[in-house]
Design a protein around this ligand. Structure first.
Ligand code: S3P
Length: 425
C-alpha cells in the first residue's frame, strides 16, 4: 500500500463495532439459553474466528448484514469440536475460549497463525490449572497449540501479575462452571466488558476495586447486545485530525467505557481539542461522538493506571507525540511487547525510519517531538494496529510511504483505507 501526504482530514465517520465486545457477545450468547441478537457486530477477521470456533462446537450463528444472531445452547450445550479450533490472529479468542473449554466434558485443541503461536499462554494455563483444568501447550513452550481435556473445576482467588482482561475473562468464564466462588485480583484494573456483559446475561458477577468475583451459574439467558463503536479504531482518526492542519473530524458512537478511554485523558493532557457530544448509555456501555480539531500538542507522561485503559492506542499516541512540543514518556507498558507484534520495538524501528527522535526503553518509549517525519518503507509485521498507525503517519509525512502487508487491517477494520481516503480527499 502506497500512501501520499494529505493537507487535512475532514468529515464524519462511524467506526466499526468494538472488537472486545463483539467477541464476548458471540461467546456468551453461545453458552446462554435462547437467542442473542448482536447489533453493530465487528465483521473483522478476529471476531469471525470466534464465530467459526463456536460453529464447529454446534452453535448456529446467522449473519444478517450488521447483525448477528446466536442460537445459544446453554452452559452445557457445546459439542466436541469437529476439528482443531483455529483462533487465527486473535488472542482474545484463544484465551477466553480456553476458560470456556476447560470445564467441558470433551477434549479440544486450539491453534492459530504464526503470531498467535508466539504469544504467552502460561498466563492462562497457570490459573486454569489451579482451578483443576487439564490444559497444556503441545510444544511445551507456553504457547499455542493448546490441548484442553475438560474436567470439573473449583473456584480460586487468583492474584494476576498482569493487568489483562483476557486473563481475567478466561478465569471468570471458567468460574461460571466451577464449584464455589472465583476471584481475580489484578495489579491495575483492565477493561471490564466481561463483567458488564456477563451480568446482562444473568451471571452473578461483581467488582470490588481491582477484584472481580463470580459465582457459578445455573444458566445464562440470551439477550440483545448493541456493540458501541471501537475506540481502538477511532484513535486513527483522532490522531490524524490532531496532527494535520485545518482538520475537523466527527467520529460517531464511540465506546467510552472508563476502563477503555485512557486515550481521552492523555489527549487532554497533551492539549488536544476533543469534545464529547451526544453522550449516551444504551445497553451496558457508555458512548459518545468525538469531535476532534487540529491541535498544538504538548508532550506528556503516560504511566500507571492509564496504561491498561489505552494499551491498544499507545502505538498511535507515540505517533502523536512526534508532533507534540517537548518530550513524551510512555512507561509501565511492557505488555506492548507481547501483542500481535512487539509493539515497542516495531514502533521505534518504524518511527525512526521516518526520522522521528524516539528511543526504546525496558517498558515503553521516550519521544522527543518536533522533528518532521519523511516517507519510508514500513514493515507492519502483519500487525493491524501498526499498519493503521503508519497509514496516519504517512498523511503527515513528507513524500511517499509504503506499508508492507497493509491488508492485515482486515483483522479489526476491513474498510479502514477506504474511510481514510474518503476523509482526506
Ligand atoms: C482485550 C484485552 C487486551 C487488548 C486486546 C483485547 C480483550 O489484551 O490488548 O486487544 O478483548 O480482552 P490483554 O488482556 O492481553 O491486555
Amino acid at each position: 500500500m502506497k500512501l501520499q501526504p494529505a493537507a487535512h482530514i475532514r468529515g464524519e465517520v462511524t467506526v466499526p463495532g468494538d472488537k472486545s465486545i463483539s467477541h464476548r457477545a458471540v461467546m456468551f450468547g453461545a453458552i446462554s439459553d435462547g437467542r442473542t441478537e448482536i447489533q453493530n457486530f465487528l465483521e473483522g477477521a478476529d471476531c469471525l474466528s470466534t464465530i467459526s470456533c463456536f460453529r464447529s462446537m454446534g452453535i448456529e450463528i446467522e449473519k444478517k448484514q450488521n447483525q448477528i444472531l446466536v442460537h445459544g445452547k446453554g452452559l452445557r450445550g457445546l459439542t466436541a469440536p469437529s476439528g482443531i479450533l483455529d483462533c487465527g490472529n486473535s488472542g482474545t479468542t484463544t484465551r477466553l475460549i480456553s476458560g470456556i473449554l476447560s470445564p467441558q466434558p470433551f477434549t479440544s485443541t486450539l491453534t492459530g497463525d504464526d503470531s498467535i503461536k508466539k504469544r504467552p499462554m502460561n498466563r492462562i494455563i497457570e490459573p486454569l490449572t489451579m482451578m483443576g483444568a487439564d490444559i497444556k501447550s503441545l510444544n511445551g513452550n507456553g504457547c499455542a497449540p493448546l490441548q484442553i481435556c475438560g474436567r470439573p473445576l473449583h473456584g480460586i482467588h487468583y492474584h494476576s501479575k498482569v493487568a489483562s482482561a483476557q486473563v481475567k475473562s478466561a478465569i471468570l468464564l471458567a468460574g461460571l462452571y466451577a464449584e464455589g466462588e472465583t476471584r481475580v485480583t489484578e495489579p491495575k484494573l483492565s477493561r471490564n466488558h466481561t463483567e458488564l456483559m456477563l451480568k446482562r446475561f444473568g451471571a452473578d458477577v461483581r467488582t470490588e476495586g481491582t477484584t472481580a468475583v463470580i459465582r457459578p451459574a445455573g444458566h445464562l439467558t440470551g439477550t440483545n447486545i448493541l456493540v458501541p463503536g471501537d475506540i481502538s479504531s477511532a484513535v486513527y482518526f483522532v490522531a490524524a485530525a490532531l496532527i494535520l492542519p485545518n482538520s475537523e473530524v466527527l467520529i460517531k458512537n464511540v465506546g467510552i467505557n472508563p476502563t477503555r478511554a485512557g486515550l481521552l485523558t492523555v489527549c487532554k493532557n497533551m492539549g488536544a481539542q476533543i469534545s464529547l457530544v451526544n453522550e449516551s448509555h444504551e445497553g451496558s456501555e457508555p458512548t459518545a461522538d468525538l469531535l476532534v480539531h487540529s491541535s498544538n500538542l504538548k508532550g506528556t507522561v503516560i504511566e500507571g493506571d492509564l496504561i491498561p485503559a489505552m494499551i491498544d492506542e499507545l502505538p498511535t499516541v507515540a505517533l502523536m507525540a512526534c508532533f507534540a512540543e517537548g518530550t513524551t514518556v510512555i512507561r509501565d507498558a511492557a505488555e506492548l511487547k507481547v501483542k500481535e507484534s512487539n509493539r515497542i520495538a516495531i514502533m521505534v524501528e518504524n518511527l525512526s525510519a521516518m526520522g522521528a527522535d524516539i528511543v526504546e526503553t525496558e517498558d515503553g518509549m521516550i519521544i522527543h517531538g518536533g522533528k518532521p517525519l519523511h516517507g519510508a518503507v514500513i514493515d507492519s509485521h502483519k500487525d493491524h494496529r501498526i499498519a493503521m498507525t503508519f497509514a496516519v503517519a504517512a498523511l503527515a509525512a513528507g513524500g511517499e510511504t509504503e506499508i508492507l502487508d497493509a491488508d492485515c487491517v482486515s483483522i479489526s477494520y476491513p474498510r479502514f483505507y477506504d474511510e481514510l481516503n474518503r476523509l482526506t480527499r
